[in-house]
Design a protein around this ligand. Structure first.
Ligand SMILES: Nc1ncnc2c1ncn2[C@@H]1O[C@H](COP(=O)(O)OP(=O)(O)O)[C@@H](O)[C@H]1O
Ligand SMILES: [Mg+2]
Length: 253
């Protein structure tokens, strides 16, 4: 089983779009895939049309006094299997930091999970206990970025956290790569952005995926309609790019 985390501390970058696209494409290709929505905003749970009330969620797995196995919180939806988010995840910082082993709860939960080839985790746009737990529990991080200066500047904090977790808790943690998303082919990358992108890739000791995810109105519409991109418009440029991205990702395994 391989666990991918999609992370970037900025909101609105394309994490949820990337996470749901990756999971749905893996599932479509026949891999047994589980999605975990570790963002308390629950945008992915919304796209999956998962229940967040009256059913076990990630909260019950990680934060409740009577914690349950991850397998008991899985909802089978038309989009695939998901452990849904919960607004109560906002309590994660307090609960996970108060317990000496709190940050390892997700890792423990995943180690007891059987029957999946891939797990894809969508995360908060913040550097917090939940993100830390995800980075401790995963094999690889995929970092979606957009091609502007400010998007790149914000990466140093995330990088520091990844480095610290590699040193202390998860030596095998790997950055799978940076993925350029919401890319507009008509506007060539400015020299400045190109240079800083190269610097960031170098500094993070990772790669930039060759595949760039183009911007399309379809991607925005799909999210607004609470649909997976590959369900909504399988042949749009953005969906096709995500297919190529998954090819590239799996080739690197
Ligand atoms: N390739 C794309 N083309 C056009 N719009 C996109 C694309 N990727 C994401 N978006 C839109 O950008 C917004 C933020 O994306 P989202 O995936 O929710 O980011 P995050 O999870 O990082 O906050 C959403 O409205 C989404 O539909
Ligand atoms: Mg999101």
């Amino acid at each position: 089983m391989k666990v991918y985390v999609i992370a970037n501390q900025k909101g609105g970058i394309g994490k949820t779009t990337t996470a749901t696209a990756l999971a749905s494409i893996l599932a479509e290709r026949g891999y047994r895939t589980l999605f975990i929505d570790a963002d308390k905003q629950g945008n992915s749970s919304d796209t999956y049309r998962a229940d967040i009330e009256g059913v076990p969620t990630l909260y019950d797995v990680l934060l409740d006094d009577d914690r349950i196995p991850l397998a008991d919180a899985i909802q089978a939806t038309l989009c695939g299997d998901i452990v849904a988010s919960d607004p109560l995840l906002r309590k994660a910082d307090k609960i996970l930091y108060d317990d000496v082993e709190g940050l390892y709860r997700l890792q423990d939960a995943l180690q007891n999970l059987k029957g999946y080839d891939y797990v894809v985790i969508d995360t908060n746009p913040s550097i917090d206990a939940m993100l830390k737990s995800c980075l401790i529990a995963c094999d690889e991080v995929i970092i979606p970025i957009t091609a502007d200066r400010y998007a790149l500047q914000g990466l140093s904090q995330l990088h520091e956290m990844i480095q610290a977790i590699k040193r202390r808790q998860n030596p095998n943690l790997k950055i799978a790569g940076l993925l350029l998303v919401k890319y507009d082919r008509r506007t060539n990358l400015s020299k400045e952005v190109k240079e800083s992108l190269e610097r960031v890739v170098d500094h993070l000791d990772t790669r930039l995926f060759h595949t760039k995810i183009r911007e399309s109105i379809r991607a925005r519409e799909a999210q607004a309609k609470r649909l997976m991109l590959i369900q909504y418009q399988k042949n749009c440029t953005t969906a096709a790019d995500y297919e190529h991205f998954v090819d590239e990702l799996l080739k690197g395994e």
